[in-house]
Design a binder for this molecule. Sequence first.
Ligand code: NAP
Length: 414
Amino acid sequence: MTYQKIVVPADGQKITIENGKLNVPDNPILAFIEGDGIGYDITKASKRIWDAAVQAAYGGQRKVAWLEIYAGEKAAQQYNGDYMPAETFEAMREFIVGIKGPLTTPIGGGFRSLNVTLRQVLDLYACVRPVRWYEGIPSPVKRPQDVNMTIFRENTEDVYAGIEYESGTPENKKLAKFLREEMGAKFFEDAGLGIKPISAFATKRLVRKAIRQALDAGLKTVTLVHKGNIQKFTEGAFRKWGYEVAKEEFGDVTITEDELWNNFNGKQPAGKVVINDRIADIIFQHTLLRPTEFNVLATPNLNGDYLSDALAAQVGGLGIAPGANIGDYIALFEATHGTAPKYTNLDKVNPGSLLFSGCMMLEYIGWREAAQKIEQAFAKTVSQKIVTYDFARQMDGAKEVKTSEFASAVIQNL
Ligand code: NAP
């Protein structure tokens, strides 16, 4: 594939897919999108740390070849006003794994959101958010060390399907007439209308990924989070199809919570993941009061949206929460916060979210040692009270440093 603006590094090799698995060379090409606003500062700082950690973990035997691809304002400069150039998608398809900083969605640019567009075009159907606490990080809860969960949130249906009809429009009137006259539905005259599709196909591929994660990581439970007590044929169906995929495809390695109590007296047998489900409202209480009971949470789009941010707050907030959007193979890791425009080019903000998303990326390609080195060095740096402004304002006696200085301190601690 030849590209117009993207320069493929000569010293790297492509990640490929062989027998359903990623085949990762020692010098893989990994794509990155710098991002708008604070994207420049956090990407620059994080790349220094990722490279140093890979060097520290593998002593020069492994090295990332970075491939810059473009989206957002930097793309608009490069591609004559095009905020989302087609070759960015092509490069992600060709090179499979990448990471991105936050993006501003141009007002009136014809996009609902650049982030949503990336997810939809590349069919990155699982939004994956691990939530865990690192020693020393300020937290509003008493025992943040008990929080260690990964949320798998469906990325293509539910509210993200974006099927809405504005009150007063001809489309709204047509749908309202059909719903009232042919389906017997009752609702107020001026209601805006939205459709919430949830399918067996999308639910099963999401829950399948969540169960695989639990199995790979040796975790105990996968919890299906839904509002099926009210919306039986969408949220309730998510629950039903979640249990179905567990039984049909992982029947020998999973049991339901009912089976756990009926057949095993509540004692989890070795090698089996328990599949259970919780109503979306109660999960907020349970994850706050009894976080150790949960490992992997699989959710439809909207429930997962709320839950991801609430859980991130328990362990230090969005400034350090990592995330990824993953399809069958293509994976785009991302900072979960926005562009924080008021801090653009001030070298001020916390690079943690992007940095830890990079750790997820290193784990995704099987370079766990490098990821662990970063996690340990980050924790050590925070415990030395060397932190960016956001943590400094929550800690006594902290030394506030710039983004680049924080990166240097983490590298020292690798
Ligand atoms: P935001 O950029 O996340 O910033 C909100 C606040 O969060 C900041 O003012 C700052 O708090 C804190 N914050 C964010 N990143 C931080 C970091 N790295 N370190 C420390 N603190 C950090 O949210 P927003 O202001 O609502 O959105 C701004 C733009 O970002 C919008 O154009 C939006 O569309 C876009 N956005 C993009 C993404 C994405 O690309 N994934 C996600 C969300 C929003 P303080 O003011 O308290 O210091």
